[in-house]
Design a protein around this ligand. Sequence first.
Ligand SMILES: C[S@@+](CC[C@H](N)C(=O)[O-])C[C@H]1O[C@@H](n2cnc3c(N)ncnc32)[C@H](O)[C@@H]1O
Length: 170
Amino acid sequence: MQVGPQARILDCGVGNGSLSMALNSILTSPVEYHGIDTSAEMLVQASSTMQHAGLRAHLEQADVLSLPYDDQSFDVVMAAHVLEHLPDPQRALKEMTRALKPGGMVFICVTRHSLFGVLVQFRWRTWAITEQQGVAWLHDCQLADVGYQPVHLSSCAGVASTAFWARRPQ
Ligand SMILES: C[S@@+](CC[C@H](N)C(=O)[O-])C[C@H]1O[C@@H](n2cnc3c(N)ncnc32)[C@H](O)[C@@H]1O
């Protein structure tokens, strides 16, 4: 992922901050991190974990379906293992796109169809989002340069996940 210096990055459903910290570990220039989560408890965890990792982030309690930010205010808007928990993931994706600057990038990671994915979906009652479905949703948000790739993160859900990315046209 190409991210310029001073980029504004929003992590939706930040959890304990693991996605922001993973991104931070591969970026070479300083960026501005923002994170939202509906859970106050997770925000406390994110604050502590991220601080421990030396990462300063602006954290807010908010819903990805109604982000408390202006249109076109972030260079990257991302969410890992969040959309599949929502009754209407596509609505969340549209809201994430609204907050994205022209030329900015959406990155999402979701559990996919697989044996392990089925266990995750059964345990947490989540959606299994197919590659075709994810791509169609990103196109429906008028995003370009859509891509996807199976990922193998260290977390359990990561074993059965797909990463999708796309760019908002200029
Ligand atoms: C499975 S965790 C993933 C956390 C983190 N992104 C990660 O990959 O480790 C899902 C997170 O999404 C949050 N969440 C669920 N529904 C949400 C919503 N509508 N808006 C914002 N956050 C939400 C949960 O509180 C939880 O922290």
